[in-house]
Design a protein around this ligand. Structure first.
Ligand SMILES: [Zn+2]
Ligand SMILES: [Zn+2]
Length: 456
């Protein structure tokens, strides 16, 4: 906060050369992303006020709406958007169209973007489903932004007889979201998912740079987003979360995101918060997919059963920079690793998560493996295994991490091991963990602890 205010104070009132303005904008974008919660959102909004795009009678601004610096979108150039009332057919020139909504509109027939690229600026307006119709993209691309200074542009999703993607359905396509709020999508069909967005094949890509996906329900899978593998064709799709917020969505599995096949979810800047599910409060990986957490936050998500933040069935999760905090579950309040999946934690923070049963931070099951080499695992709580609970043959490798101030109501304040689980402790700090029995480590029924490092 302090740093932010200093930056603002230093900003001179007069007009700056373009180069300098861009530099400032970059810094603020990166700074804003590190923070979480409402305070950060307000702060970012304040900071960006000075960068308000010039919207002339011609309606010109960057494809991002003029506000967003995230991921690979770091420089801006203006394009002209033409007026669109939300109903008329859109005319594409060389496969492209740039339109902005002139008024609130109802989606009475699907807006089909097929083999074209549509740049759509919500312009602060609401584009709302009639209950059944929505936006669909096949073999094309949709780039969504909102240039409105109050960011009040909304896409309200379908909620009746929806298979997936209440707001936007894409197939063999790319979706870039720079702004706008996607809300109200509701999946009803048994095999579907993705309350707001369904990516229905193995080649789909979603890039989230900004905006908000909130208040959607994915029924069985993916409160906000489903990555499917309908075409069963090789390498799976990607969900790249560079910025923006995914908040208050719900589903049975994957409160925010459900990956049905071997896709990749990377979180480098967005905030995933307050989503809920039975398994995977934020993210659920069904097969050998990858979750790469290099920045951003996964905070305050809730799983009624396993994996408050992330549930990995048979894939890998790598944490090198994100913060995973204040999530809740019965087993594995932050991360639940099942069926031979693995977790590599080399940076970032897992703190203040709470399991009512086992694994305040991480629960390993059925041969799941975890390596900790730099992540801070602090202040997590559980009934057993305040930080880590491992059973049925898992392997824990510790070198250089801090496992500190975690707490178990019963056994294993830090790490609880059962049945053929092995811990190799090479280096790092295990300190200040509390329990009735086994403050640091608790071994039950054949766990092995190999110590070569310094224990406190
Ligand atoms: Zn831009
Ligand atoms: Zn606009």
């Amino acid at each position: 906060m302090e740093q932010k205010e200093e930056q603002k104070a230093e900003k001179p009132q007069e007009e700056k050369p373009q180069e300098e303005k861009k530099e400032e904008q970059k810094e603020e974008g990166a700074d804003g992303e590190k923070k979480s919660g409402n305070a950060a959102t307000l702060q970012a909004a304040e900071g960006e006020e000075a960068l308000r795009p010039v919207v002339s009678a011609e309606h010109m601004h960057c494809i991002c709406g003029g506000y967003t610096d995230a991921g690979d979108h770091t420089s801006h150039s203006d394009v002209t958007f033409t007026p669109w009332n939300g109903t008329d057919a859109i005319t594409y020139t060389n496969g492209e169209a740039y339109v902005y909504l002139t008024n609130d509109a109802t989606i009475n027939t699907n807006l089909d973007v097929n083999e074209n690229t549509l740049y759509l600026c919500l312009n602060g307006k609401t584009y709302a489903s009639n209950g059944k119709n929505k936006i669909t993209v096949r073999n094309g691309r949709l780039v969504l932004c909102d240039c409105d200074p109050d960011r009040s542009g909304v896409i309200r999703g379908a909620n009746t007889d929806v298979w997936g993607g209440g707001c936007i359905y894409i197939y063999k396509s790319t979706l870039d979201i720079f702004g706008g709020k996607l809300t109200g999508g509701n999946v009803n069909r048994e095999n579907g998912g993705g309350g707001a967005i369904a990516l229905d094949d193995s080649k789909c890509v979603l890039n989230l740079y900004g905006g908000e996906i909130s208040g959607n329900n994915g029924y069985k899978q993916g409160g906000a987003i489903l990555l499917n593998n309908k075409d069963k064709d090789g390498e799976s799709g990607k969900v790249n979360l560079y910025g923006g917020t995914i908040r208050n969505n719900s589903a049975e599995s994957g409160g925010a995101i459900y990956v049905r096949s071997t896709g990749t979810v990377t979180l480098s800047g967005a905030n995933i918060e307050k989503n809920s599910a039975d398994r995977g409060g934020a993210i659920y990986m069904n097969q050998s997919g990858k979750v790469e957490l290099t920045g951003g936050t996964i905070n305050e998500n809730i799983a009624n059963i396993d994996g408050g933040a992330v549930y990995i069935k048979d894939g890998t999760v790598t944490l090198s920079g994100s913060t995973v905090s204040k999530n809740e579950a019965r087993w594995g309040a932050a991360v639940y690793v099942n069926d031979g999946g693995s977790a590599a934690l080399s940076g970032g923070v897992i703190s203040g998560n709470k399991a009512s049963e086992q694994g305040g931070a991480v629960f390993l099951r059925n041969g799941g493996n975890i390596t900790l080499s730099g992540t801070e695992v602090t202040g997590n709580k559980a009934y057993k295994g305040g930080a880590i609970y491992a059973n049925q043959g898992g392997m824990i490798e510790l070198s250089g991490s801090t496992v500190k101030d975690n707490q178990a109501d019963w056994d294993g304040g830090g790490i609880y091991l059962t049945e053929n689980t092995t811990v190799n402790f090479n280096s790092g700090t295990v300190t200040g963990n509390r329990a009735r029995w086994g403050g640091g480590f608790y071994l039950f029924g054949g766990g092995t602890l190999n110590l070569s490092g310094h224990l406190q």
